[in-house]
Design a protein around this ligand. Structure first.
Ligand code: TXA
Ligand code: MG
Length: 310
């Protein structure tokens, strides 16, 4: 719990951003839109502030956080930037690519941010609101997705409130987010090789997928993004008691994309899951989504949504 029980919601205009900066400065929590999903931000240099993220989300303490930075220069204060890492950052920042890099021992980061790992996950986001906030404060922002741990990620301010109302100080409402699925996470090894720890909007040629369940990606839990009811994948019709999420020719109670467009499907994925979770139906069924392009990230999230919690 943060200091108070009331969650403020403000438009993400200059006034809202100034208020958010002041709240972050005092070590409290603000949900902020990014180009992927809403993040739950706290100053990354404060152990107390970072502890509030774990408490508000009910997040296990072995699951480290992504640190959001303005640019490569600020990233360089926190991590060793190899040539391979610099080249990736130059190509994809600002944008939905998170780089896992060796943490600098002198980095001003709360220990809980990296959950004791020798690496830190960094990304420079492209969303103008998150960028304005990073300009307004003089510390980097730790920000996981703004949802209770294990539940569906938020792509609107309303989704944030559905799971964190009363547990955080402020939501900056910047409208629905664009990409809809979380950033691609890539670990850059000392020899320059790349390991993809989480598929996302940025596809990297030459990155190989990490083994499922590896210690390197502690947050990649088998059950995640869970709507709180059973989920059936690859459905071409709804059975009794099912809320059907369609795609392409399979129409349903709502659709990821009637046109079968994967980019649209990614942007609507979590909203459809939130609708299914809120519906009166006891179960959710989801049409098949092609395993190509951003469909790989969509299917990764759907498999975890369909895996019951331990
Ligand atoms: O698009 C995104 O990445 C969003 C927005 C808010 O930026 N953030 C997000 O954060 O998805 P979160 O906490 O939901 O996911 C962060 C993932 C977790 O799976 C965590 O295990 C992994 O990043 N991670 C963080 N630090 C890591 C590290 N040092 N090594 C390996 N994985 C790490
Ligand atoms: Mg998350």
């Amino acid at each position: 719990m943060s200091d108070k029980n009331l969650t403020e919601v403000l438009d993400a205009d200059a006034q809202g951003i100034a208020r958010a900066a002041a709240i972050l400065d005092s070590g409290r929590l603000v949900a902020v839109p990014t180009e992927t999903v809403y993040g739950l931000a706290a100053r990354a240099d404060s152990a107390e502030a970072v502890a509030k993220i774990y408490a508000a989300k009910g997040r296990p303490d072995f699951n480290p956080l992504i640190v959001h930075v303005r640019d490569i220069e600020q990233a360089g204060e926190l991590a060793e930037i190899s040539d391979a890492a610099r080249s990736l950052a130059e190509q994809h920042w600002p944008g939905p690519l998170t780089l896992v890099l060796p943490c600098k021992p002198e980095a001003k980061l709360a220990g809980a941010v990296t959950a004791g790992l020798p690496t830190v996950a960094l990304r420079a986001p492209a969303h103008p609101v998150m960028q304005a906030l990073l300009e307004a404060v003089d510390f980097p922002l730790a920000a996981p997705s703004a949802n209770r741990s294990g539940f569906i990620s938020p792509t609107t301010a309303c989704h944030v409130l559905a799971s964190l109302d009363g547990r955080i100080d402020l939501v900056l409402d910047g409208g629905p987010t664009q990409a809809g699925v979380e950033s691609t996470i890539v670990a850059v090894r000392a020899d320059g090789s790349l390991e993809e720890l989480r598929p996302g909007p940025v596809a990297l040629a030459g990155a190989h997928r990490a083994e499922a369940g590896g210690v390197e990606a502690p947050g990649q839990l088998a059950s995640h993004y869970a709507p709180g009811k059973p989920v059936r994948l690859n459905a071409d019709h709804a059975e009794t008691g099912e809320f059907l999420i369609g795609f392409g020719a399979v129409s349903g109670d709502c659709t990821l994309s009637a046109a079968g467009d994967l980019t649209e499907a990614a942007s609507r994925l979590y909203d459809c899951l939130h609708r299914g979770a809120a519906s009166e139906k006891q179960r959710i069924a989801i049409a098949p989504v092609p395993e190509e392009g951003i469909g790989i990230a969509i299917n990764d999230r759907l498999r975890r949504a369909a895996t019951p919690p331990d």
